[in-house]
Write a protein that binds this ligand. Sequence first.
Ligand SMILES: Nc1ncnc2c1ncn2[C@@H]1O[C@H](COP(=O)(O)OP(=O)(O)OP(=O)(O)O)[C@@H](O)[C@H]1O
Length: 232
Amino acid sequence: MLDVENINQYYGGSHTLRGISLSLARGECLALLGRNGVGKTTLLKCLMGVLPVARGGVRLDGIDITRLAPHQRARLGMAYVPQGREIFARLTVGENIAMGMAAKPAAQARRIKKEIFELFPVLESMLGRRGGDLSGGQQQQLAIARALVAEPKLIILDEPTEGIQPSIIKDIGRVIHMLRQRGDIGILLCEQYFDFARELADQFIVLSRGEVVARGAQADMGSEEVRKFLSV
Ligand SMILES: Nc1ncnc2c1ncn2[C@@H]1O[C@H](COP(=O)(O)OP(=O)(O)OP(=O)(O)O)[C@@H](O)[C@H]1O
């Protein structure tokens, strides 16, 4: 479904992404691993169109999306949950969720809300609270909920466990697992928390200095070759 071919990106003179290729199928979870500063967030931003790529291409279901703007990619079914969540602090939980389904007809929106509250029951009891008053973990759940209500075929998650307490990490893991089981959505999971990623991923890639230095199936994630590129 997602095919990335040989993409390169620069911040000024610094060559941040060096010939990255990957592919991800529906129903699959791909873990993107690597130490701080190796280019993971830059790669996700390039996939979402927040940053331009200098060379290479990105295809979604065979459509060349390399030059499309983020909102056009969103319309084609891509959803992005950025690092740090970026929820609207002054809007309520309900309004934040509504932002994710701005393009949906009202009847459909009602149905979606019900499903979302099954995934994240805590959000239902907090509908009227301001996003900025939620805990970090609740904000992360809200950010994922807001992405999911758009009913994406691909969801890109940038470090969803960062700075979050263990009980909520478990809840988030459960949701990602359920999405994977559903089989109709591709999940690109950028994660520093190795064990969390290993439990959820079908395959992985490891970046180091902007390059893919290892890739493989979940069973190979614990190998020495992979660990030497991570802080585990
Ligand atoms: N806007 C920017 N301008 C210039 N350099 C940048 C910019 N954003 C990131 N960089 C640099 O590009 C490299 C890759 O950064 P990136 O944020 O993609 O790494 P990362 O693997 O996501 O790390 P982290 O886990 O810390 O977010 C780093 O050396 C970083 O300092």
